[in-house]
Structures are given as C-alpha cells and as structure tokens.
Design a protein around this ligand. Structure first.
Ligand code: 5GP
Length: 191
C-alpha cells in the first residue's frame, strides 16, 4: 500500500533494537482517515472471504481493528486482554506469547462468551515481527473451534520470521507494508 509506505518513510522513526516507531498515526495518535484507507485495503485483499468477527490484541490492535470492522460489515471486534482483570469472565481461552517490544512473556485471555465454533475470524494487528502475538491469537481461535479466515497486518517486519512461519502453516496473511530492512540512520527499505 503506497500511501502507507510513504507515511512510514516520512513519519516513522527507527529505534535501537529493530523497533519502528509510527506512533503519530498508528500506535499512540491515530490517523482515523488513514486507518479507513487501511480498512478498505484489507477489504479488497480479503474480498470473498467470509468474516463475522475480528480478533485483535490490546492495546495497539484495538484502534486499527475497530476501524477495519467498518469494512467487514461492522462485525464485532474482540480484543484479547493481556492482564488478569477482576471483572473478566471465569470461562476463558488462554494462551501465552513472548513480547518483542517488552522482552518478556505474557498471557492473553479471551472470554468464551465472545468466540465460539460458529465464528469466522479475521485476526488484525498493527505489527508482525516474530509472530508470537498472532500465534497466540491463532491458538485461541483453535481452542474455540472457530475458523481462522486470515490475518491482516498493517506493517510486517519481513526480516523477522513471523510472516514466513504463519504463511507456511497455510494461513492467508496480508501485510499492507513489508519492511525488508531498516537501519539506525532511519533508512527503510520495503519488499
Ligand atoms: P510479534 O509477536 O510478531 O513478535 O510482535 C508483534 C507485536 O509486537 C505487535 O502486537 C506490536 O504491538 C509489537 N511490535 C513488534 N514490532 C514492533 C515495532 O517495530 N514497532 C512497534 N510499535 N510495535 C512492534
């Protein structure tokens, strides 16, 4: 998606540790008009795929997924929670992932009330790096008996193994920009 690549080059910053900071339009401040273009592009790429639920992970996935929902018939968006919360249902699907940005393991939880065998799920997230977040979401979908219809990612770091691993497992993964290489001087190359 050319507009996304342009925004990454003009507004993104490369931080030490292979982190791409795009928090002025995606991860902190959200450019809603631009996210609508992201939603329309996912709809184009997943045309003909039946989706009745979008699954994401808190926190950064929520804004993207909520806007993307508009392009999939305003289907409900379920976000996996990362922290134990007193008001979370007792009946939950649970999985574990390793956080690339925080360098530690974390648990994700989804209430059994919001995901079941009748669901056709599109997973949406802001970034794909090692793939651990998406694999944990995929695990939750499998536990629920729902169908995983695809994975939509705004920015994939193609030099990290997550995308390849997921595609190898047969999942349709659509990334709107795939970063091939980036360096501390801020040079960013796309696939
Ligand atoms: P993975 O689980 O694929 O290794 O990492 C994906 C998760 O880590 C995403 O949910 C995203 O929030 C975060 N993440 C990974 N790489 C980056 C990055 O370069 N920049 C930002 N802002 N988040 C990232």
């Amino acid at each position: 998606m050319e507009l996304l690549k342009k925004k990454i080059v003009e507004e993104g910053r490369v931080l030490p540790g292979d982190i791409l900071k795009v928090d002025n339009f995606l991860n902190h401040q959200v450019d809603v008009r631009f996210m609508e273009a992201v939603g329309a592009e996912f709809a184009r790429r997943f045309e003909g795929v039946e989706v009745n639920k979008i699954l994401t992970i808190e926190t950064s996935g929520i804004a993207v997924a909520s806007i993307v929902s508009k392009y999939f018939g305003y289907c409900p968006v379920v976000f996996a929670k990362k922290m134990d919360s007193l008001n979370l249902d007792k009946e939950i699907y649970c999985s574990e992932a390793f956080s690339f940005t925080k360098n530690r393991n974390y648990r994700i939880m989804v209430s059994k009330r919001y995901l079941s065998a009748d669901d056709k799920v599109l997973i949406i997230d802001d970034f794909l790096a090692n793939g651990k977040a998406v694999l944990a979401l995929k695990d939750v979908v499998e536990q629920s008996g729902a169908e995983l219809e695809g994975v939509g990612i705004v920015i994939e770091k193609g030099f990290m193994p997550g995308g390849q691993e997921l595609r190898k497992s047969g999942v349709q993964v659509e990334s709107l920009a795939v970063v091939k290489a980036m360096d501390d001087e801020g040079n960013i190359e796309f696939e």
